[in-house]
Design a protein around this ligand. Structure first.
Ligand code: S3P
Length: 811
């Protein structure tokens, strides 16, 4: 903050809670503190009594020995933050002389008066903090006395509505003065009066400034400095937008709180009612204790915007009333779900954490699994929905024309991040509720600019697929993620997207965040993917929807094809010949129902659990067995697992089956290279199978594992070493030495120990399963991210026979 930007004499007109708190905050920041004052609101250390009496003060409103006039006037003091040649001062004007006296007494202001003109001499910043309807009169008085103020005077206000105050200013000054910067601190309290002044009232809160095209930019800069000194974050917005936003977020809730309390208070048995009113009533109605005059003024001043907000609210209440009347539980749940998610999201914005992080924080800080050695594996279970398909169901549902009903949706943090991102881009999404989601598609061109960066947490799939579809939008976006995602390579999508004409900025090394410029015409390309990645392929196909001409992608090895299948299911033709698929831009998607099968990647942990545990017999129901995902089945069968596919069928364009697995001794194999992309997410669990197999298992051409949620080759090698499993790491793979030949029987395969999952969900789950054949307990740190892909893992693991305890520790 540049010292020259600080005013030296601030005049606050209207010394109530808002004006008084600004004075308090400036004092707390050291502004205008008198010599010897050290803390608080500029209060002298050694004050003893009286109204603001400093040493030697005897009488009057804060008059010092050498003070001559007014309330607590001093002259030409030099010390204090922000002092130029003359000492920084805070003056106040208020029609209530007692408020001024109290302000001086509290050390918040230096002096004050009930008349404005007598205070204007040399003032260089005026803050109008009077009720909205008093603004016109105060401005007229100010206009009349302006000649006495400093030449570089800046005027600002704190009113809760801006349109009416702008009108008042034009009426008072004849035109909108260039040195008037209208503003509104989004902070307050139901308390009023200077006695309630709080130096922290603005700390971390937002202040909205609404400068006009003709407003002097230096004046704006100085008002900014003022609020930043008070600890606030300053934003700019135009007057109309401000009034609409505030009508909805502040004025409407106040109106409802006033009305509810009034309605209840009028009922005869009100005493009884209030006596039993609990937290819900208190939380909802706290603001009904606010200043009535101030709020009357606000509703007069912002009448039209408030009425619009009230109309929308009444429609919503009418819909809910009808649902309650009809006993329509689905409609009630859809509304409550939407609201509850939105409320959590709002909390996270306030706390400046992510939506997902907010959820996570409720459950963890540090989540640790403690898994006892041994246990059996049996039963029939259904693991949650497929993560890849869940992401895509929301994405394509949102971009489609019509309503998409999704069932089996994975309510994990990754796919919820995708869902939330679309809500932020204006898509109405009901649910999820028990796997059911209703997406009200907006069409390929119906998304709206989100208010801020889109946070996708741990989800690489979300970030990479979003990159493609956001490159085709008319608006700018920014994609961010958690610590793990921030380390993952995004150049693999940014580079080909740039070839298509997209404008994308990444952080160093092609890492997130991604800043994507909207409104760029895209053209189709013919792309030869350097790595086998379904995410890159899908990203380009999604961008291709918006591109002119044909977008073709060639893959060096088959990768999951859910995007192509789902696009075809939505009536958007994707063609394939051999290793290349392509589509034409400019079409339309038609909504279609989606039944998400269980995730084979989640099922894998239980397949391996059963495969390594003597006596195991387990059925995993309704698992997706898309040919591009069944590497794990092929590999386990090749290792000797007794694994059968039962009840095979097709559901909504994806093949599914019940997987029936019984224990059979495993043997080590060289994993066929063509199976690697088909089992890419399953290797952490497969390495545990390898540690229990007889002989050595070798994996190569799997360098992609190094850029997953963690470096999975290293994370697994380190963890296996802790258990005493011999292994050798290669740049693109690993050798794992399993049980020695002849070391038969049902005994343990390795020891126990403490494992760092590095926050990688699949590492955490793989080592949980490993405990079934360990000689000792396995403790796994940093397990909270299991919730990204497999909510309910612990419950299911216990149900089949693992002994797994969760421990939480606040970090
Ligand atoms: C995914 C593709 C794979 C996989 C990831 C999900 C997808 O990543 O590892 O968990 O949904 O497209 P790559 O495309 O980077 O191999």
């Amino acid at each position: 903050m540049a010292r020259r930007d600080l005013p030296s004499r601030v005049l606050i007109v209207g010394l109530g809670l808002i004006g008084g708190s600004l004075a308090a905050a400036l004092r707390a920041a050291g502004f205008g503190a008198a010599e010897g004052r050290t803390a608080g609101f500029g209060a002298a250390e050694d004050r003893t009594a009286g109204f603001g009496a400093a040493e030697g003060r005897t009488a009057g409103f804060g008059a010092a020995e050498d003070r001559t006039a007014g309330f607590g006037a001093a002259e030409d003091r030099t010390a204090g933050f922000g002092a130029a040649e003359k000492r920084a001062e805070i003056l106040a004007c208020d029609p209530d002389a007692e408020e001024i006296a109290r302000g001086v007494e509290l050390g918040l202001i230096d002096r004050g008066d009930t008349r404005l003109t007598s205070l204007l001499d040399g003032v260089d910043l005026v803050v109008l903090a009077v009720p909205v309807l008093a603004m016109r009169e105060v401005m007229a008085e100010l206009a009349a006395g302006l000649g006495r103020a400093a030449a570089n005077l800046v005027i600002t206000d704190v009113g809760s509505t801006k349109g009416a105050i702008r009108e008042a200013a034009v009426a008072a000054f004849g035109e909108l003065p260039a040195n008037l910067v209208l503003g509104h601190p989004i902070a307050g309290s139901e308390k009023s009066g200077v006695a309630a002044a709080n130096p922290e009232l603005y700390a971390g809160h937002k202040v909205i400034l609404t400068p006009e095209p003709g407003t002097d930019s230096d004046a704006v800069a100085r008002v900014r400095v003022l609020w930043e000194t008070a600890g606030a974050e300053v934003l700019e917005m135009d007057v109309e937008r401000h009034d609409e936003v505030l009508a909805r977020t502040s004025h409407l809730p106040h109106l409802l709180a006033f009305s509810l309390v009034d309605t209840l208070a009028r009922q005869d048995e009100r005493l009884e009612i209030f006596r039993y009113a609990a937290g819900g009533f208190r939380d909802f109605t706290r603001i009904a204790g606010s200043d009535p005059v101030m709020w009357r003024d606000i509703f007069v001043a912002n009448r039209d915007a408030v009425l619009h907000a009230l109309d929308d609210f009444e429609d919503g209440v009418a819909r809910l009333r009808e649902a309650v009347e009809r006993g329509d539980t689905d409609a009630m749940l859809a509304t409550f779900d939407r609201a509850s998610h939105a409320r959590h999201y709002f909390d996270s914005l306030l706390n400046q954490t992510s939506y997902q992080a907010e959820y996570q924080m409720q459950a963890q800080d540090q989540l640790r699994y403690r898994v006892s050695p041994g246990g059996g594996v049996s039963g029939r279970i259904r693991v949650p929905g497929d993560k890849s398909i869940s992401h895509r169901s929301i994405m394509l549902g949102a971009l489609a024309e019509g309503v998409t009903e999704v069932s089996g949706f994975l309510e994990g943090e990754d796919s919820l991040a995708t869902l939330q991102a679309f809500r932020e881009m204006g898509v109405a999404i009901e649910g999820p509720h028990q796997g059911r989601v209703t997406v009200h598609g907006v069409g390929l061109h119906g998304l709206k600019a989100p208010a801020g960066p889109l946070y996708v947490g741990n989800a690489g799939t979300a970030m990479r697929l979003f990159a493609g579809l956001l490159a085709g939008q008319a608006f700018d976006t920014e994609l961010t993620g958690d610590v793990s995602l921030t380390k993952r390579p995004m150049g693999r999508v940014a580079d080909p997207l740039r070839e298509m004409g997209a404008v994308i900025e990444t952080a160093e090394g092609g890492r997130p965040p991604l800043r994507i410029k909207g409104g760029q015409p895209l053209k189709g390309i013919d792309y030869d993917m350097p790595m086998a990645s379904a995410q890159v392929k899908s990203c380009l196909l999604l961008a291709g929807l918006y591109a002119e001409g044909e977008t073709r992608v060639r893959e060096p090895a088959p990768t999951r094809d859910h995007t192509e299948r789902m696009l075809n299911g939505f009536g958007y033709k994707v063609e394939r010949q051999g290793d290349t698929c392509w589509l034409q831009g400019g079409g339309e998607l038609a909504a279609a129902p989606i039944d998400v099968p269980s995730d084979i990647s989640s099922a894998t942990f239980f397949l391996v659990a059963a495969a390594i545990t003597p006596g195991a017999d387990l059925v995993l129901e309704h698992v997706g067995i898309n040919p591009t995902r069944i590497g794990v089945i092929n590999i386990l069968q090749q290792m000797g697992a007794d694994l059968r596919l039962e009840n095979q069928r097709e559901v909504g364009g994806e093949p599914v089956a019940d997987l029936h697995i019984r224990y059979a001794p495993l043997k080590g194999i060289d994993i066929p290279v063509d199976q690697v992309p088909l089992a890419i997410d399953e290797f952490p669990a497969l390495f545990v199978a390898a540690a229990n197999a007889e002989g050595t298992t070798r994996l190569r051409e799997a360098a992609e594992l190094r850029v997953k949620e963690s470096d999975r080759l290293k994370a697994m090698a380190d963890g296996l070493a802790v258990l005493g499993v011999e292994n050798r790491l290669y740049e693109d793979g690993i050798d794992i030495v399993g049980r020695a030949e002849g070391q038969g029987g049902d005994g343990p395969s390795y020891g126990g120990g403490r494992i760092d999952s590095l926050g990688d969900h699949r590492i955490a789950m793989a080592f949980s399963v490993a405990a079934l054949r360990a000689s000792d307990e396995i403790v796994i740190d940093d397990c909270a991210n299991v919730a990204t892909s497999f909510p309910g893992f612990v419950t299911l693991a216990r149900r089949v026979g693992l002994s797994l305890e969760e421990e939480r520790e606040a970090s």
